[in-house]
Design a protein around this ligand. Structure first.
Ligand code: 5GP
Ligand code: ZN
Length: 122
């Protein structure tokens, strides 16, 4: 789609730091990270919002399934301490529409991990 920044990233017309790529998906580092690990997973095909992609559940499943793989690779995967309590972890988040905080209208899954400033506060 014309004038879509993430389409341009998917087409390699705008540079990004790629961390994963296959026929359908691209994952890259967020330009303005909110945490030590902040990655974006996008479909190469343009969908504006999660709503628009609801008819493509396999693609959505593939995007979501990539999050734990990337978290593992970037060292923020959920693990368990000696008492069996979960430690570390990450957020896998899709903002949708203006009230959902979406700024770029090409579907993307945020994978945000590492020590979080809000941890323990909520
Ligand atoms: P949203 O608020 O739409 O869910 O998030 C959009 C995200 O895209 C933001 O975290 C922002 O930092 C990131 N972003 C916007 N433009 C670019 C860009 O050109 N390159 C990269 N790597 N990330 C971008
Ligand atoms: Zn696009």
């Amino acid at each position: 789609m014309e004038n879509c920044i993430f389409c341009k990233i998917a087409e390699k017309k705008i540079p990004s730091t790629t961390v994963y790529e296959d026929d359908e998906l691209l994952a890259f580092k967020d330009i303005n990270p909110h945490a030590p690990v902040h990655l974006l997973v996008i479909p190469k095909k343009h969908y504006s919002t999660l709503q628009d992609a609801a008819a493509a559940p396999e693609l959505l499943g593939k995007m979501l399934a990539l999050a734990p793989r990337l978290a593992e690779e970037f060292g923020c995967s959920v693990s368990y301490d000696a008492d069996g309590a979960p430690t570390r972890g990450y957020k896998a988040l899709i903002n949708s529409g203006p009230d959902g905080g979406q700024e770029v209208y090409h579907l993307h899954l945020h994978v945000v991990g590492g020590p979080q400033p809000w941890r323990g506060k909520r």
